[in-house]
Write a protein of this length. Structure first.
Length: 275
């Protein structure tokens, strides 16, 4: 989008994304409770800056994963003062309650759901060895209920494949007509297939006989007859081998919000895009 002349601003909490040149970054600080090397840490009192921080801490203490919710609240708190600057806001699978007041503004909001995290939850529950582990997992993945509620109330959503679309419709009970499939963009200068060899050239190479190797010269006293020196070689010919669209025509400005993801350990979702 930047190359097309638009201004793109990413809103992100830790861990911060690596951005292309020309993309602006606005950091929304959090308690970063899952950071290495001390995940599930106890923050100092001086780190608490308001009610959202208290919510984040208490939710973690009860075994929940609060970051999709708390990030969305911080994003709304910041964005509501700047909505006039942007043509579109794009959420990349945060799906927190902070999107709901944003969806009621005049600024267009679209959300991308790569796949419902309920899939991850169900796989982990199926593999859980006992009821204690299942109880812990249900608490950790409690935010997926919020994501389903928010998704059902958003006007526009995109996903990356037809299979993901079907999963979202089933898991979040989202009307199928509100989901548009848009494939993930790929930088073909960086990611491209290996060049395919020309079958005609390979076929010609397979038909040419191999050159016979020069025999090693033996000492004169040990010379053998010529017929013995250069027996006929069998020629083995090698087998030939087969070888996103921008919204609006105004400023063209967009906000990308990056938020964390849930899973075992401390991995996060990449970019929460409020464009």
């Amino acid at each position: 989008m930047v190359r097309l002349g638009h201004r793109v601003e990413v809103f992100s909490g830790p861990p911060l994304p690596e951005l292309d040149d020309g993309v602006e970054l606005t950091v929304l600080p959090s308690l970063d409770l899952y950071r290495e090397p001390d995940p599930f840490r106890t923050p100092k009192m001086s780190e608490f800056g308001g009610a959202i921080d208290v919510l984040e801490w208490t939710a973690m203490c009860t075994g929940a994963f609060p970051e999709p919710l708390t990030f969305s609240l911080r994003a709304w708190r910041h964005l509501r003062e700047r909505l006039a600057e942007f043509d579109v806001v794009h959420d990349n699978q945060c799906l927190g309650y902070g999107l709901l007041p944003l969806s009621r503004t005049d600024t267009p909001l679209v959300a991308t759901i790569h796949h419902p995290i309920t899939v991850d939850r169900d796989l982990e529950l199926a593999a859980a060895p006992n009821w204690k582990r299942r109880l812990s997992l249900r608490r950790w993945y409690a935010f997926t209920r919020m994501q389903g509620r928010v998704a059902r109330r958003l006007p526009w959503m995109t996903t990356v494949s037809q299979a993901a679309r079907d999963e979202i419709v089933e898991a979040f009970r989202v009307p199928a007509e509100r989901l548009r499939v848009i494939g993930v963009g790929v930088d073909i200068d960086t990611f491209s297939p290996k060049p395919t060899p020309n079958p005609e050239q390979e076929s010609e190479a397979a038909q040419e006989p191999d050159q016979e190797p020069e025999p090693a010269q033996k000492p004169e006293a040990a010379q053998e007859p010529e017929a013995a020196q250069r027996p006929e070689l069998e020629q083995a010919a090698p087998s030939p081998g087969p070888e996103q669209a921008t919204t609006g025509g105004g400023k063209g400005d967009a906000v990308w919000l990056t938020a964390p993801a849930a899973g075992a350990g401390s991995w996060r979702w990449p970019v929460r895009t409020y464009r």
